[in-house]
Design a protein around this ligand. Structure first.
Ligand code: ZN
Length: 256
């Protein structure tokens, strides 16, 4: 729930423009209150209407109105997800600036690399957290792979990888753009990888199913459950524990 949601919103806005025909121009993204929303995820996107711009079509997509969420159960502290929301050919979308693209281009000029993200956004459920030590073991099993980890202010750094300080999600996405592979948990950067067509190995576990927020061209490791609970859950833990560093490293090997 964050940047990934807004990349999905941009993808749906572009879909709405395509469906409406070229004369639609741009799509406005409205909140549940009917007002036009703005987000940095869309700032360079010519298909999403900015303040003062005309829009030939609009969609409702924002907090309280995400197409893959059925409802929030406050008593059980869990999301109920939908698996039937996708329009045909749906992709998330992120249009980067030239400066953001250049971050990945510069890295790529130094050789082929893979992005790795061991941290989950603290706003997310602990049931998405595979565990930092497992990510470290994946790195340890693959000496010679040039891993790049983007570091925000709260990131815990892995050993044995290239660290790159990034100021925001968009800069990190610029690194994912030119990566040979992205590996990490279900989260914002896996949607960015899907937006760019970057291959990915994604650890889902049991919190949300790949059928809900996964992409068919990625390797998605999950139990198929979509538990959605925010409190630590034994089933989700078991689903995560069933995914081994050897299995993740084996999938990464295919992209070396
Ligand atoms: Zn669970």
């Amino acid at each position: 729930m964050g940047w990934g949601d807004e990349l999905m919103a941009a993808g749906l806005a572009a879909h709405a423009v395509r469906e409406a025909g070229p004369s639609a121009g741009r799509c406005a993204i409205l909140g549940v209150d009917g007002r036009r929303r703005q987000h940095d995820a869309w700032k360079d996107d010519p298909l999403v209407a900015k303040p003062g711009e005309t829009a030939g079509v609009d969609i409702v997509n924002g907090p309280g109105a995400r197409p893959y969420i059925d409802r929030w159960d406050n008593a059980a502290r869990r999301w109920h997800f939908r698996t039937d929301w996708r329009p045909y050919g749906f992709r998330p979308r992120l249009v980067l600036s030239q400066a953001e693209i250049a971050i990945g281009e510069e890295l790529r000029a130094g050789g082929r690399y893979m992005t790795i993200e061991p941290n989950i956004n603290p706003i997310n459920s602990p049931n998405k957290d595979w565990g930092f030590d497992r990510w470290q073991e994946v790195v340890n099993r693959l000496p010679g792979v040039r891993f790049v980890q983007c570091l925000g202010p709260d990131s815990r750094p892995l050993h044995g990888v290239h660290h790159l300080k990034t100021d925001d999600f968009r800069q990190a996405a610029g690194v994912v753009l030119r990566a040979a592979l992205h590996v990490g948990p279900e989260g914002g950067l896996h949607h960015a990888a899907a937006a760019f067509g970057t291959p990915a190995v994604i650890v889902f576990g049991g919190f949300v199913s790949p059928a809900v927020t996964g992409y068919p061209d990625h390797h998605n490791l999950g139990s198929g459950a979509a538990c959605g609970k925010f409190d630590p859950c034994p089933e989700c833990r078991a689903a995560l524990d069933g995914i081994t560093p050897a299995q993740v490293a084996g999938l990464i090997e295919r992209f070396r």
